[in-house]
Design a binder for this molecule. Sequence first.
Ligand SMILES: NC(=[NH2+])NCCC[C@H](N)C(=O)O
Ligand SMILES: [Mn+2]
Ligand SMILES: [Mn+2]
Length: 300
Amino acid sequence: MNRNMSIIGVPMDLGQSRRGVDMGPSAIRYAGVVEKLERLQFDVNDLGDITINRPDSKNDKQEGNLRNLPQVAEGNQKLAEMVDQEIEKDRFPLVLGGDHSIAIGSLAGISKHYENLGVIWYDAHGDLNSGETSPSGNIHGMPLAVSLGIGHEKLTNMLDYQPKIKPENIVIVGARSLDPGEKDLIKEKGIKVYSMHEIDRMGMTKVMAETIDYLKDRTDGVHLSLDFDGLDPSEAPGVGTPVLGGMTYRESHLAMEMLAESDILTSAEFVEVNPILDDKNKTATVAVGLMGSLFGEKLK
Ligand SMILES: NC(=[NH2+])NCCC[C@H](N)C(=O)O
Ligand SMILES: [Mn+2]
Ligand SMILES: [Mn+2]
């Protein structure tokens, strides 16, 4: 793995309706992410937080059922440019959110550099909605669709190319809450999904082994997009859209350790940590623990 790492904080909370997720990057830094990575022998450059401009008041749904579209697009444009520059400098981008709408910018900046970028979407949700299918109008429920070129063109055409990702290069892990339009899209595009059902039946070891084998053969880079609501809310309570019955702390560490061993990752993002909804910074602490496993921490 590339030992030169750039951390980019994205205090974005406009892709959903609950306050506090903009403080995610601070909470993760407070839990010791830089110290952890330096202990693991990474050369860490923390670039601080991107400035997210706020609307006068949180926009109600407008422009095709997309809440805060101009501000979300603008913030993601900045993130896309920054991620692009860091990869240009041959540094591993580690993006800290913020709500999951920021995957729009991450993927726009990253995928430019790959013919076949693979994406592991570790999440309770598919985030495959568009303005037409979204029950909420929240853009954090849309980034994976946007990366496929589906959605408002202010989002899909970021950095002037699309689509960012091919459907066959995506693996969703941990899904347990999918809207009807998302299910249709998964069928139509043949997207690979390991839902909680498969994780229960096969176990995380097999799920991750298959995921890694599958992506290894077909991709030239792999991005991990980890939404903390993928974990069970009892272990990651600080999230805005919790869903019961999620992946455990142990399963998540195992998944991260298997990814570390496989050495396929070329970028990562950790999103949806909301300190206001958290219990004594537990979720941010879990985040830093998982990053330890992902970036090579071992007991022996
Ligand atoms: N990144 C997330 N937490 N997404 C939750 C999305 C929830 C729901 N599917 C929606 O589109 O509104
Ligand atoms: Mn989610
Ligand atoms: Mn998500």
